[in-house]
Design a protein around this ligand. Structure first.
Ligand code: NAD
Length: 376
């Protein structure tokens, strides 16, 4: 029997209940697809509040050491501890393991009532750069000595026009950071036979950061993908590489979703666009994702710990289950992943769904987290 070890973190808030409902669905899909030939070997890792209670650390050393050697893991949502000196645990993990690509598929499931007219045409995958841009955390509060000094320097050295009371943020975007993200998107599009990759940027205003991202994306395609990629408007075979300015992209994604397949974008654009697109196809309860580097792929639902519904058997385990399906696809267990997609679609068309989806589907029967998992 082929077993694949999956390290997993339950997470805080609704984490334990979505795992309890979701994990058996993943095991059942593997068993149904492969009988006793394949199985998942789940290994629990401590993190978050439970870890703090047991070890005094939110991200225990043992967990971090195991993940440093792992190629694959899944996690539930983690609370960002409130108080001085705490960084988000999620951001810490992304930085420590250099998980530079946040990948989120946005696909319509039959049965969802969407705010857009043709949700059935929505089939996109967003590749969001995860380490640079305004998220680098280089920001200075208005009127602090640091902000004043920086403004003084920019005014004196470069003649920049900046009000001395401004708060200041820095937006670093590098050729290497942009190229490795675009590379992930191009490799994925080629491997999966996707029709196009669109570079989404705001280069008309931010020429050397967002514009740089666009230019480096095309440069990479010219350097490494000759014969596999063609530019928009060119004749020939291959994945079409095009670009769109971010504001136009938001409009286009809503009005002409059929024109877009894989999107590659900078951190802030990606943050906005992946949530906006997810809202077309069911929202947070059905939004899977992965944070991926060159060594580790960490699959996780995109929602947080939903503290107001935690422990009430109300959470939708769909996002976790679909993240598991993504993980199965990543390891090439496509048959099991397909079974999961089929089961989710069947539950949606039967209109037996958790509270978040019941609010979006006319005539739906509301079921609990565990029951939704059992139905799947
Ligand atoms: P949230 O995603 O937890 O909740 C936003 C809204 O969506 C709430 O109304 C919630 O009830 C609902 N919701 C979320 N997931 C749901 C599900 N599976 N089923 C049904 N409804 C669901 O976002 P938030 O309130 O901004 O954050 C709460 C905590 O989660 C914070 O501590 C935050 O730092 C953390 N967080 C963690 C992650 C992560 O681990 N990747 C992501 C986002 C937020």
């Amino acid at each position: 029997m082929a077993t694949k070890t999956i390290y997993y973190i339950e997470g805080d808030g609704i984490g334990p209940e979505v795992w309890k409902a979701g994990r058996p669905v993943l095991d059942a899909a593997v068993a149904k697809a492969y009988g006793s030939d394949k199985a998942l070997d789940w290994q629990l890792l401590l993190a978050g509040e439970k870890a703090y209670a047991e070890t005094g650390e939110h991200l225990p050393k043992a967990t971090m050491e195991t993940l440093a050697k792992a190629d694959l893991a899944m996690k539930g949502p983690l609370n960002t501890p409130v108080g001085e000196g705490f960084r988000s645990l999620n951001v810490t993990m992304r930085q420590v393991f250099d998980l530079y690509a946040c990948i989120r598929p946005i696909k319509y499931f039959k049965g969802i009532e969407s705010p857009v007219k043709r949700p059935d045409l929505v089939d996109m995958v967003v590749f969001r750069e995860n380490t640079e841009d305004v998220y680098a955390g280089i920001e200075y509060q208005s009127a602090t000595p640091e902000a004043k000094k920086l403004i003084e320097f920019l005014v004196e050295e470069f003649g920049a026009k900046i009000d001395p009371t401004a708060g200041i943020g820095i937006k670093p975007i590098t050729p290497a950071g942009s190229k490795r993200l675009v590379k992930k998107a191009l490799d994925y599009a080629i491997a999966e036979g996707k029709p196009s990759v669109t570079l989404v940027h705001k280069g008309n205003i931010m020429k050397y950061t967002e514009g740089g991202f666009r230019a480096w994306g095309y440069e990479l395609a010219d350097e490494e993908y000759a014969g596999k990629i063609i530019r928009e408007g060119e004749k020939g075979a291959g994945v079409i590489l095009k670009d769109r300015i971010a504001d136009a992209m938001f409009q286009n994604a809503l009005m002409y979703p059929e024109q877009y397949s894989v999107l590659a974008t900078t951190n802030l654009n990606g943050d906005y666009i992946s949530d906006a697109l997810a809202a077309q196809v069911g929202g947070l309860g059905l939004a899977p994702g992965v944070n991926m580097g060159d060594n580790l792929a960490l699959f996780e639902p995109t929602h947080g710990t939903a503290p107001t519904i935690a422990g009430k058997d109300m959470a939708n385990p769909g996002s976790l289950i679909l993240s598991g399906a993504m993980m199965l696809e990543h390891i090439g267990w496509h048959e099991a992943a397909a079974l999961i997609h089929k089961a989710v679609e069947a539950a949606l068309t039967d209109k037996k769904v958790t509270v978040d989806l019941a609010a979006q589907i006319n005539g739906a029967t509301q079921v609990g987290c565990q029951e939704f998992g059992d139905i799947l």
